[in-house]
Write a protein that binds this ligand. Structure first.
Ligand code: ATP
Ligand code: MG
Length: 392
């Protein structure tokens, strides 16, 4: 079996082995390499205790942030690699136990605590270590719990959501026994923190099979987000959108009033930038985008990124392409883009205060609608006319 490991990663496992410790690549990087996909990041599991890992990598190449849970971040070739001591979860273990976790000298015990068989493989000196049939599950494209699903979900309710998000991101199915317990155990998600759930949900939505999995696990999504009960879900729209979380969230919430979507985003502690963008798209989702003026007016109201989102949500590829071009060309959509300033208008004798604001806005909208060119002389002429009208 060929298994490509980048040099900066093997540098870390080699160093640990030179010091007499066991060191393996584990989890997602093994799964993805076997699938022929470049891993997002590399995790190492080792028999070395955290302080022994720190000692193996002299400063400043080590960040000991997760030490209590056995994790040390090693910078190798400028890239972070998480090195975690072999660990078991559970109160019954008789191992060295700092705070909440217990360390173990056994790789197999470390693999046994992992969630799914495809995530419970390791790659070491001797090749692939696969005690739970991860390779076979990869070949069958199946997500199955390591051990008994009900018990594993009971230990950590987040695994319910993780099973489904991996099905969506890998385009796998969930093994029948695991799937049955996903459906039976949705309430185990309740005590899990909003942040952990949100991270998995957004990964789910951005997966290539997000729409299929949403249809299969409607009960799970509705348990997490009761506002979606009885609401239509546009699977085709969701599947057609690029895999960006703002867009996919807007699609998920497109049947809800924007205020309700806002409350959900707040409840899950969604970051402010994403929240703003999703809500901007949702509150303008039916904006007319037929003419160039209508499209630029939308940009004027919500900015370039959210306007692009609205075009995507409407499935209006022509408008989306126009907006991309217009942004590149620097089409005027804000007061700062106008070829005149408030001072220019004041020099013409325009009134100050609120009326000045109205005058500038009107000029901008005339430019956006193509009635006036964004040129100084044309704008000053238009302004003069309006000032005259006000005076008369
Ligand atoms: P991705 O590429 O999407 O990050 P990943 O497999 O690396 O996928 P992570 O969430 O980064 O997923 O977790 C890394 C590894 O840690 C997993 O592959 C799994 O072995 C283990 N793991 C993570 N979360 C849990 C959990 N809640 N219960 C059991 N094992 C877990
Ligand atoms: Mg990962």
């Amino acid at each position: 079996m060929t298994f490509a490991v980048p040099e900066y990663v093997s540098a870390v496992t080699d160093r640990l082995r030179e010091r007499g410790f066991q060191a393996y690549l584990v989890g997602g990087c093994v799964r993805d390499t076997l699938r022929g996909v470049t891993p997002n990041d590399y995790d190492v599991a080792t028999s070395a205790l955290p302080e022994e890992t720190v000692a193996a990598f002299p400063d400043p190449r080590v960040i000991g942030t997760g030490m209590r849970h056995g994790t040390v971040t090693v910078l190798s070739g400028g890239r972070p690699i998480e090195v975690t001591t072999f660990r078991v979860d559970g109160p019954y273990r008789d191992h060295r136990r700092p705070d909440a976790v217990a360390f173990t000298p056994s790789l197999e015990e470390d693999l046994a605590r992992r969630d799914f068989t495809v995530n419970a493989m390791a790659w070491g000196k001797e090749g692939l270590v696969d005690p739970f049939g991860g390779q076979e599950a990869l070949a069958r494209r199946v997500i199955a719990c390591v051990g008994e699903p009900a018990r594993r979900f009971d230990e950590d309710g987040l695994r319910i959501l993780r099973a489904v998000r991996f099905a969506a991101t890998l385009d796998f199915t969930v093994d029948p026994a695991t799937a049955a317990d996903v459906h039976n155990s949705t309430s185990l998600l309740d005590p899990v923190s909003a942040e952990r759930k949100w991270a998995e949900l957004t990964k789910w939505l951005c997966g290539p099979a997000a729409a299929r999995v949403l249809a299969e696990y409607r009960d799970l999504i509705e348990h997490m987000i009761p506002e979606l009960r009885g609401r239509a879900l546009d699977r085709r729209l969701l599947a057609s959108l690029p895999p960006r979380k703002e867009l996919r969230l807007a699609a998920l919430f497109s049947s809800l009033p924007a205020e309700e979507a806002g409350a959900i985003l707040a409840r899950f502690k969604c970051d402010g930038a994403t929240r703003k963008r999703v809500l901007a798209a949702l509150s303008h989702k039916d904006a007319p985008l037929g003419t160039e003026g209508e499209r630029l007016r939308l940009v004027h109201a919500v900015g370039w990124p959210a306007a692009g989102d609205v075009a995507a949500l409407q499935g209006n590829a022509e408008a989306a392409a126009f907006l991309r071009r217009a942004e590149k060309d620097g089409a005027p959509v804000a007061l700062a883009d106008l070829a005149v300033t408030g001072d220019d208008l004041a020099a013409l004798g325009a009134p100050g205060g609120r009326r000045m604001g109205v005058l500038l806005d009107t000029l901008l909208l005339r430019v956006i609608d193509g009635q006036t060119k964004n040129e100084r002389s044309a704008l000053l002429a238009a302004a003069r006319e309006m000032i005259e009208q006000w005076r008369s």
